[in-house]
Unconditional design. Structure first.
Length: 209
């Protein structure tokens, strides 16, 4: 607008997610070959690339992990002065078994790696609320972590038989999630009835405080 100057920095790779902290942008990306994962650290004052952290995505012939989640912000979060990356496998045996990587933002080193579930867990979205991390699956299962990422609570959204049947017949799927007060609102779209939706609210007494 007017005399305001717009700045940019061009970097290789496919953009996945970004978080901002102290005038720095942490940009999660997959390289141009779709093989390796990394984080660009950009100084927003100078538009200069400060660091390029390589992420351990266990790339081999047998396994590989890549950023997951439906929305920007699902794969990369700032959590209690640490960077958190959500990765999921794309090989038999690890598919739908996501992992959480906790990184030191000063040098990109891996502090800890956590397996979200020993069973199938198709990650849809993540949310931060009251200092806790909520990891939401496509089937309405929620893993709630405290600030230490050690204590985890597993929550399954309760849905009546009529709604479960409606999901099957009208091909219902989660299209959006939102933290509202002490509730988690989940919006469902239905392929056969695009104008229909259902909001399932998690009672406040089931939220990890």
């Amino acid at each position: 607008m007017g005399e305001s100057a717009l700045h940019h920095v061009m970097l290789p790779g496919y953009f996945q997610s970004v978080v901002e902290k102290e005038n720095k942008a942490y940009v999660l990306y997959i390289d141009g070959n779709g093989e390796n994962v990394g984080i660009y650290v950009i100084d927003l004052n100078t538009n200069r690339l400060l660091h390029n952290y390589s992420i351990q995505n266990h790339k081999s012939q047998e396994r590989a992990y890549y950023p997951v989640g439906q929305n920007n912000g699902s794969s990369l979060l700032w959590f209690h002065n640490r960077l958190i990356i959500m990765l999921d496998g794309n090989r038999p045996g690890i598919q739908d078994r996501p992992i959480i990587q906790i990184l030191n933002p000063s040098d990109g080193s891996l502090d800890k790696e956590i397996s979200i579930s020993n069973e199938s867990f198709s990650l849809y979205d993540t949310a931060l609320h009251n200092g806790n991390l909520y990891v939401i699956s496509n089937n309405g299962e929620i893993m709630a972590y405290d600030s230490s990422l050690k204590n985890v609570k597993k929550i399954q959204l309760k849905q009546n038989k009529e709604f479960i049947q409606k999901k099957e017949t009208d091909r219902g799927y989660i299209s959006s999630t939102r933290i509202s007060g002490n509730s988690i609102d989940i919006l469902y779209d239905f392929v056969k009835k695009l104008a229909s939706y259902q909001i399932t609210i998690l009672p406040s007494n089931e939220v990890l405080i």
